[in-house]
Design a binder for this molecule. Structure first.
Ligand code: ADP
Ligand code: MG
Length: 387
Protein backbone atom coordinates (compact mmCIF):
# COMPACT_ATOMS: atom_id res chain seq x y z
CA UNK A 1 0.00 0.00 0.00
CA UNK A 2 3.01 2.28 0.37
CA UNK A 3 1.55 3.99 3.38
CA UNK A 4 4.36 3.42 5.80
CA UNK A 5 6.74 6.36 5.58
CA UNK A 6 8.36 6.04 8.97
CA UNK A 7 11.84 6.46 10.35
CA UNK A 8 13.72 3.24 11.00
CA UNK A 9 15.58 3.43 14.29
CA UNK A 10 17.00 -0.05 13.74
CA UNK A 11 20.41 -0.35 15.25
CA UNK A 12 20.22 2.90 17.17
CA UNK A 13 18.77 1.72 20.47
CA UNK A 14 17.27 -1.17 22.32
CA UNK A 15 19.97 -3.64 23.34
CA UNK A 16 18.22 -5.37 26.24
CA UNK A 17 20.14 -7.38 28.83
CA UNK A 18 18.69 -9.29 31.79
CA UNK A 19 21.04 -10.44 34.50
CA UNK A 20 19.94 -12.88 37.21
CA UNK A 21 16.39 -11.53 37.07
CA UNK A 22 14.22 -13.23 39.69
CA UNK A 23 10.85 -12.81 41.37
CA UNK A 24 9.24 -14.32 44.43
CA UNK A 25 5.75 -12.92 45.03
CA UNK A 26 5.09 -11.99 48.66
CA UNK A 27 3.23 -14.72 50.51
CA UNK A 28 3.83 -17.30 47.78
CA UNK A 29 5.92 -20.41 48.25
CA UNK A 30 8.59 -20.77 45.64
CA UNK A 31 9.85 -18.32 43.07
CA UNK A 32 7.87 -17.40 39.94
CA UNK A 33 11.08 -16.53 38.10
CA UNK A 34 14.40 -18.07 39.18
CA UNK A 35 17.28 -16.07 37.78
CA UNK A 36 17.11 -15.22 34.12
CA UNK A 37 20.12 -14.21 32.04
CA UNK A 38 19.25 -13.05 28.58
CA UNK A 39 20.54 -10.66 25.93
CA UNK A 40 18.31 -9.39 23.13
CA UNK A 41 20.13 -7.78 20.21
CA UNK A 42 18.86 -4.38 19.15
CA UNK A 43 16.39 -4.58 16.32
CA UNK A 44 15.75 -8.29 16.84
CA UNK A 45 12.65 -10.21 17.90
CA UNK A 46 12.85 -12.67 20.78
CA UNK A 47 10.03 -15.04 21.73
CA UNK A 48 9.74 -16.25 25.32
CA UNK A 49 8.01 -19.62 24.96
CA UNK A 50 6.76 -21.83 27.76
CA UNK A 51 3.74 -23.47 29.37
CA UNK A 52 1.15 -21.57 31.38
CA UNK A 53 2.46 -20.51 34.79
CA UNK A 54 6.18 -20.85 33.95
CA UNK A 55 6.84 -17.15 34.62
CA UNK A 56 6.63 -15.53 31.16
CA UNK A 57 4.34 -12.64 32.10
CA UNK A 58 6.23 -12.00 35.32
CA UNK A 59 9.46 -11.73 33.33
CA UNK A 60 7.90 -9.34 30.81
CA UNK A 61 6.39 -7.22 33.59
CA UNK A 62 9.74 -6.96 35.33
CA UNK A 63 11.26 -5.69 32.06
CA UNK A 64 8.41 -3.19 31.71
CA UNK A 65 8.76 -1.99 35.30
CA UNK A 66 5.32 -3.19 36.36
CA UNK A 67 6.62 -5.81 38.79
CA UNK A 68 9.67 -5.10 40.99
CA UNK A 69 12.25 -7.91 40.77
CA UNK A 70 13.41 -9.71 43.90
CA UNK A 71 16.92 -9.92 42.42
CA UNK A 72 18.80 -9.14 39.24
CA UNK A 73 19.04 -6.25 36.80
CA UNK A 74 17.46 -4.97 33.60
CA UNK A 75 19.67 -2.90 31.29
CA UNK A 76 18.95 -1.19 28.00
CA UNK A 77 21.93 0.02 25.98
CA UNK A 78 24.09 -0.36 29.04
CA UNK A 79 21.84 1.76 31.28
CA UNK A 80 20.60 0.02 34.44
CA UNK A 81 16.85 0.65 34.56
CA UNK A 82 15.99 -1.95 37.20
CA UNK A 83 14.61 0.71 39.55
CA UNK A 84 13.35 3.21 36.96
CA UNK A 85 9.63 3.94 36.92
CA UNK A 86 7.56 2.60 34.02
CA UNK A 87 7.32 5.93 32.17
CA UNK A 88 11.10 6.46 32.24
CA UNK A 89 11.93 3.13 30.58
CA UNK A 90 11.29 3.89 26.94
CA UNK A 91 9.22 0.76 26.43
CA UNK A 92 5.96 0.03 24.67
CA UNK A 93 3.75 -2.69 26.12
CA UNK A 94 0.84 -4.60 24.58
CA UNK A 95 -1.12 -6.76 27.01
CA UNK A 96 -3.14 -9.84 26.23
CA UNK A 97 -6.31 -7.87 27.06
CA UNK A 98 -5.10 -4.82 25.00
CA UNK A 99 -6.27 -2.54 27.88
CA UNK A 100 -7.65 0.12 25.52
CA UNK A 101 -9.85 3.02 26.67
CA UNK A 102 -13.34 2.05 25.46
CA UNK A 103 -14.78 5.58 25.70
CA UNK A 104 -12.08 7.15 23.52
CA UNK A 105 -11.79 6.86 19.75
CA UNK A 106 -8.91 5.16 17.97
CA UNK A 107 -6.82 8.31 17.48
CA UNK A 108 -7.21 9.41 21.13
CA UNK A 109 -6.22 5.94 22.34
CA UNK A 110 -3.07 6.11 20.26
CA UNK A 111 -2.34 9.71 21.29
CA UNK A 112 -2.54 8.89 24.99
CA UNK A 113 1.17 8.22 25.56
CA UNK A 114 2.15 11.37 23.64
CA UNK A 115 -0.29 13.50 25.66
CA UNK A 116 1.27 12.15 28.85
CA UNK A 117 4.65 13.20 27.49
CA UNK A 118 3.29 16.65 26.59
CA UNK A 119 4.24 16.36 22.93
CA UNK A 120 3.20 19.54 21.02
CA UNK A 121 -0.09 19.39 19.08
CA UNK A 122 1.23 19.38 15.50
CA UNK A 123 3.92 16.79 16.20
CA UNK A 124 1.37 14.68 18.09
CA UNK A 125 -1.00 14.75 15.11
CA UNK A 126 1.76 13.75 12.72
CA UNK A 127 2.96 10.88 14.91
CA UNK A 128 -0.55 9.54 15.47
CA UNK A 129 -1.13 9.64 11.70
CA UNK A 130 2.15 7.80 11.11
CA UNK A 131 1.24 5.14 13.69
CA UNK A 132 -2.23 4.76 12.18
CA UNK A 133 -0.81 4.16 8.73
CA UNK A 134 1.85 1.82 10.11
CA UNK A 135 -0.90 -0.47 11.42
CA UNK A 136 -3.15 0.33 8.42
CA UNK A 137 -5.99 1.89 10.39
CA UNK A 138 -5.94 5.38 8.88
CA UNK A 139 -9.56 5.03 7.78
CA UNK A 140 -10.76 4.23 11.31
CA UNK A 141 -9.19 7.09 13.28
CA UNK A 142 -12.57 8.36 14.52
CA UNK A 143 -14.10 5.01 15.45
CA UNK A 144 -14.81 4.07 19.04
CA UNK A 145 -13.03 1.02 20.41
CA UNK A 146 -16.30 -0.87 20.96
CA UNK A 147 -17.02 -0.66 17.22
CA UNK A 148 -13.79 -2.47 16.27
CA UNK A 149 -13.12 -6.15 15.60
CA UNK A 150 -10.58 -8.06 17.69
CA UNK A 151 -7.92 -7.73 15.03
CA UNK A 152 -8.49 -3.98 14.74
CA UNK A 153 -8.26 -3.57 18.51
CA UNK A 154 -5.01 -5.48 18.41
CA UNK A 155 -3.68 -2.98 15.81
CA UNK A 156 -4.74 -0.03 17.98
CA UNK A 157 -2.90 -1.54 20.94
CA UNK A 158 0.21 -1.98 18.78
CA UNK A 159 -0.01 1.58 17.44
CA UNK A 160 -0.45 2.95 20.96
CA UNK A 161 2.68 1.10 22.11
CA UNK A 162 4.74 2.15 19.08
CA UNK A 163 3.73 5.81 18.80
CA UNK A 164 6.09 6.77 21.63
CA UNK A 165 8.95 5.27 19.55
CA UNK A 166 10.09 2.95 22.32
CA UNK A 167 13.52 1.35 22.45
CA UNK A 168 11.87 -1.96 23.30
CA UNK A 169 8.44 -3.34 22.43
CA UNK A 170 6.97 -5.92 24.85
CA UNK A 171 4.03 -8.10 23.79
CA UNK A 172 2.29 -10.49 26.20
CA UNK A 173 0.45 -13.26 24.29
CA UNK A 174 -0.60 -10.65 21.72
CA UNK A 175 -2.55 -13.04 19.50
CA UNK A 176 -4.28 -15.30 21.99
CA UNK A 177 -7.62 -13.43 21.84
CA UNK A 178 -7.93 -13.79 18.07
CA UNK A 179 -9.45 -16.66 16.10
CA UNK A 180 -7.14 -18.99 14.17
CA UNK A 181 -7.29 -17.25 10.79
CA UNK A 182 -6.87 -13.77 12.15
CA UNK A 183 -4.05 -15.00 14.35
CA UNK A 184 -2.04 -16.13 11.36
CA UNK A 185 -2.67 -12.83 9.52
CA UNK A 186 -1.61 -10.83 12.59
CA UNK A 187 1.57 -12.90 12.91
CA UNK A 188 2.61 -11.58 9.51
CA UNK A 189 1.49 -8.06 10.44
CA UNK A 190 3.52 -7.98 13.64
CA UNK A 191 6.59 -9.25 11.77
CA UNK A 192 6.15 -6.58 9.08
CA UNK A 193 5.72 -3.80 11.64
CA UNK A 194 8.72 -5.03 13.61
CA UNK A 195 10.87 -5.02 10.46
CA UNK A 196 9.68 -1.59 9.35
CA UNK A 197 10.24 0.04 12.72
CA UNK A 198 13.33 -1.99 13.65
CA UNK A 199 12.19 -1.93 17.28
CA UNK A 200 13.73 -4.52 19.60
CA UNK A 201 10.83 -6.80 20.46
CA UNK A 202 10.20 -9.38 23.18
CA UNK A 203 6.99 -11.33 22.91
CA UNK A 204 5.62 -13.96 25.24
CA UNK A 205 3.66 -16.95 23.99
CA UNK A 206 2.73 -20.52 24.92
CA UNK A 207 2.26 -21.30 21.20
CA UNK A 208 5.29 -23.01 19.69
CA UNK A 209 4.21 -22.33 16.09
CA UNK A 210 3.97 -18.64 16.86
CA UNK A 211 7.40 -18.59 18.47
CA UNK A 212 9.12 -20.59 15.73
CA UNK A 213 7.56 -18.72 12.83
CA UNK A 214 7.94 -15.15 14.13
CA UNK A 215 11.06 -14.87 16.25
CA UNK A 216 14.73 -14.42 15.38
CA UNK A 217 15.52 -16.23 18.62
CA UNK A 218 13.45 -18.25 21.05
CA UNK A 219 13.95 -18.60 24.81
CA UNK A 220 12.20 -21.71 26.12
CA UNK A 221 11.06 -21.26 29.73
CA UNK A 222 10.00 -23.84 32.30
CA UNK A 223 9.42 -23.47 36.06
CA UNK A 224 10.82 -19.95 36.17
CA UNK A 225 14.01 -20.80 34.31
CA UNK A 226 15.24 -20.59 30.75
CA UNK A 227 15.98 -24.07 29.45
CA UNK A 228 17.48 -23.02 26.12
CA UNK A 229 17.92 -19.95 23.94
CA UNK A 230 18.56 -20.22 20.23
CA UNK A 231 17.28 -19.73 16.73
CA UNK A 232 13.99 -21.50 15.94
CA UNK A 233 16.02 -24.11 14.08
CA UNK A 234 18.38 -24.64 17.03
CA UNK A 235 15.46 -25.13 19.37
CA UNK A 236 13.58 -27.55 17.13
CA UNK A 237 16.46 -29.50 15.56
CA UNK A 238 18.94 -29.39 18.42
CA UNK A 239 17.02 -29.28 21.70
CA UNK A 240 19.43 -29.19 24.63
CA UNK A 241 17.09 -30.85 27.11
CA UNK A 242 14.23 -33.35 27.14
CA UNK A 243 11.75 -30.63 28.16
CA UNK A 244 12.60 -28.55 25.08
CA UNK A 245 12.37 -31.59 22.80
CA UNK A 246 8.88 -32.40 24.06
CA UNK A 247 7.49 -28.88 24.40
CA UNK A 248 8.59 -27.68 20.97
CA UNK A 249 7.13 -30.04 18.41
CA UNK A 250 6.44 -33.70 19.07
CA UNK A 251 9.21 -36.05 20.09
CA UNK A 252 9.89 -39.67 20.92
CA UNK A 253 12.34 -39.76 23.83
CA UNK A 254 14.12 -43.10 24.11
CA UNK A 255 16.39 -44.29 26.90
CA UNK A 256 19.48 -46.13 25.78
CA UNK A 257 22.98 -46.95 26.92
CA UNK A 258 25.84 -44.77 25.72
CA UNK A 259 28.73 -46.48 24.01
CA UNK A 260 31.92 -44.98 22.65
CA UNK A 261 32.16 -41.41 21.46
CA UNK A 262 32.81 -41.07 17.77
CA UNK A 263 33.99 -37.51 17.14
CA UNK A 264 31.02 -35.22 17.81
CA UNK A 265 28.71 -38.20 18.02
CA UNK A 266 28.06 -40.95 20.52
CA UNK A 267 26.84 -44.43 19.74
CA UNK A 268 23.80 -45.40 21.79
CA UNK A 269 22.29 -48.84 22.15
CA UNK A 270 18.49 -48.50 22.06
CA UNK A 271 16.58 -51.60 23.18
CA UNK A 272 14.74 -53.12 20.21
CA UNK A 273 16.00 -50.48 17.79
CA UNK A 274 19.68 -51.32 17.62
CA UNK A 275 22.61 -48.95 17.79
CA UNK A 276 22.31 -45.36 16.63
CA UNK A 277 25.03 -42.77 16.32
CA UNK A 278 23.74 -39.43 17.54
CA UNK A 279 25.15 -35.92 17.92
CA UNK A 280 24.13 -33.59 20.73
CA UNK A 281 24.78 -33.89 24.45
CA UNK A 282 27.84 -35.71 25.73
CA UNK A 283 27.10 -38.83 27.70
CA UNK A 284 29.84 -40.99 29.20
CA UNK A 285 30.17 -44.60 28.17
CA UNK A 286 27.83 -46.92 30.06
CA UNK A 287 25.48 -44.14 31.21
CA UNK A 288 21.83 -43.75 30.34
CA UNK A 289 21.36 -41.50 27.33
CA UNK A 290 18.11 -39.97 26.10
CA UNK A 291 17.73 -39.98 22.32
CA UNK A 292 15.14 -37.87 20.51
CA UNK A 293 13.49 -39.07 17.30
CA UNK A 294 10.91 -36.75 15.73
CA UNK A 295 7.81 -38.65 14.51
CA UNK A 296 8.08 -37.32 10.96
CA UNK A 297 11.70 -38.47 10.65
CA UNK A 298 10.73 -42.15 11.00
CA UNK A 299 9.81 -44.06 7.83
CA UNK A 300 7.68 -47.21 7.75
CA UNK A 301 7.86 -50.04 5.24
CA UNK A 302 6.15 -53.41 5.22
CA UNK A 303 8.23 -55.90 7.20
CA UNK A 304 9.79 -58.44 4.85
CA UNK A 305 11.60 -61.65 5.76
CA UNK A 306 15.36 -61.45 5.73
CA UNK A 307 15.81 -57.71 6.35
CA UNK A 308 17.62 -56.82 9.53
CA UNK A 309 16.11 -53.48 10.53
CA UNK A 310 14.05 -52.52 13.56
CA UNK A 311 10.66 -54.18 13.58
CA UNK A 312 7.37 -53.03 15.05
CA UNK A 313 3.62 -53.51 15.09
CA UNK A 314 1.18 -50.74 14.26
CA UNK A 315 -1.12 -50.17 17.25
CA UNK A 316 -3.19 -47.38 15.74
CA UNK A 317 -3.31 -45.17 12.65
CA UNK A 318 -5.00 -41.75 12.78
CA UNK A 319 -5.83 -40.16 9.45
CA UNK A 320 -5.34 -36.38 9.64
CA UNK A 321 -5.63 -35.24 6.02
CA UNK A 322 -2.07 -34.36 5.10
CA UNK A 323 -0.52 -36.93 7.40
CA UNK A 324 -1.23 -40.19 9.17
CA UNK A 325 -0.27 -40.40 12.84
CA UNK A 326 0.79 -43.91 13.83
CA UNK A 327 1.54 -45.50 17.17
CA UNK A 328 4.02 -48.31 16.65
CA UNK A 329 5.21 -50.79 19.27
CA UNK A 330 8.86 -51.70 18.80
CA UNK A 331 9.43 -55.47 18.92
CA UNK A 332 7.07 -57.36 21.23
CA UNK A 333 7.70 -55.48 24.45
CA UNK A 334 9.67 -52.40 23.35
CA UNK A 335 8.72 -48.73 23.55
CA UNK A 336 5.76 -47.29 21.63
CA UNK A 337 6.79 -44.68 19.06
CA UNK A 338 4.81 -41.87 17.46
CA UNK A 339 5.35 -41.93 13.72
CA UNK A 340 3.98 -39.35 11.29
CA UNK A 341 3.88 -40.04 7.57
CA UNK A 342 2.57 -37.89 4.71
CA UNK A 343 -0.49 -39.26 2.96
CA UNK A 344 -0.72 -39.62 -0.80
CA UNK A 345 2.02 -41.54 -2.54
CA UNK A 346 2.97 -43.21 0.75
CA UNK A 347 1.69 -46.65 1.50
CA UNK A 348 -0.46 -46.68 4.64
CA UNK A 349 -0.80 -49.32 7.33
CA UNK A 350 -3.66 -50.41 9.56
CA UNK A 351 -3.61 -51.62 13.16
CA UNK A 352 -1.82 -54.96 13.47
CA UNK A 353 0.45 -54.39 10.46
CA UNK A 354 4.02 -55.59 10.86
CA UNK A 355 6.39 -52.81 9.82
CA UNK A 356 10.04 -52.01 9.58
CA UNK A 357 11.20 -48.67 10.99
CA UNK A 358 14.02 -46.62 9.51
CA UNK A 359 15.41 -43.07 9.61
CA UNK A 360 18.26 -41.12 8.12
CA UNK A 361 21.47 -41.02 10.19
CA UNK A 362 20.99 -37.36 11.18
CA UNK A 363 17.53 -37.92 12.66
CA UNK A 364 18.43 -39.16 16.18
CA UNK A 365 19.65 -36.47 18.61
CA UNK A 366 21.15 -36.98 22.03
CA UNK A 367 19.28 -34.65 24.39
CA UNK A 368 20.13 -35.64 27.95
CA UNK A 369 23.01 -33.62 29.28
CA UNK A 370 24.17 -36.04 31.94
CA UNK A 371 27.57 -34.82 33.08
CA UNK A 372 30.52 -37.13 32.61
CA UNK A 373 31.77 -36.34 36.08
CA UNK A 374 28.64 -37.37 37.92
CA UNK A 375 28.42 -40.70 39.71
CA UNK A 376 26.33 -43.29 37.89
CA UNK A 377 23.57 -43.21 40.54
CA UNK A 378 23.03 -39.50 39.91
CA UNK A 379 22.25 -39.97 36.25
CA UNK A 380 18.65 -41.00 36.71
CA UNK A 381 17.47 -38.30 39.19
CA UNK A 382 19.11 -35.59 37.08
CA UNK A 383 17.13 -36.63 34.07
CA UNK A 384 13.93 -36.89 36.11
CA UNK A 385 14.24 -33.32 37.26
CA UNK A 386 14.66 -32.10 33.71
CA UNK A 387 11.72 -33.85 32.14
P1 ADP B 1 2.89 -17.26 32.66
O1 ADP B 1 2.77 -15.89 32.10
O2 ADP B 1 4.04 -18.03 32.10
O3 ADP B 1 1.63 -18.05 32.57
P2 ADP B 1 3.12 -15.91 35.23
O4 ADP B 1 4.34 -15.09 35.18
O5 ADP B 1 1.82 -15.21 35.05
O6 ADP B 1 3.25 -17.14 34.22
O7 ADP B 1 3.05 -16.66 36.65
C1 ADP B 1 4.15 -17.37 37.18
C2 ADP B 1 3.79 -17.82 38.59
O8 ADP B 1 3.65 -16.69 39.43
C3 ADP B 1 2.48 -18.59 38.68
O9 ADP B 1 2.63 -19.58 39.65
C4 ADP B 1 1.50 -17.53 39.13
O10 ADP B 1 0.46 -18.10 39.87
C5 ADP B 1 2.36 -16.64 40.00
N1 ADP B 1 1.91 -15.23 39.97
C6 ADP B 1 1.77 -14.46 38.89
N2 ADP B 1 1.37 -13.21 39.20
C7 ADP B 1 1.23 -13.20 40.56
C8 ADP B 1 0.85 -12.20 41.53
N3 ADP B 1 0.55 -10.96 41.15
N4 ADP B 1 0.85 -12.56 42.84
C9 ADP B 1 1.19 -13.80 43.22
N5 ADP B 1 1.55 -14.78 42.37
C10 ADP B 1 1.57 -14.49 41.06
MG1 MG C 1 1.11 -14.99 31.10
Amino acid sequence: MGDTARRAPAGTAGHLVLDGLAKTYPGKDGAAVRGIDLAVERGSMLAVLGPSGCGKSTTLRMIAGLVPPTAGTVRVDGRDITDSPVHRRDMGVVFQSYALFPHLDVARNIAFGLEMRKVPKTELKRRVDDALSLVRLGHLAGRRIAQLSGGQQQRVALARALVVEPAVLLLDEPLSNLDARLRSAMRDEICRIQRETGVTTVFVTHDQQEALSMADRVAVMNHGRIEQVGTPEDIYERPARPFVAEFVGRANLLDGTAGDPDGERTSVELPGLGTVSAAGARVARGRTAVVMLRPHRIALTAAAPGTGGARGTVLSAGYAGETVAYRVRVGDTGPVLDVERPTGAQRSFGPGAEVELSWDPEAPRLVAAVEDSEPAEAAEPVRESLS
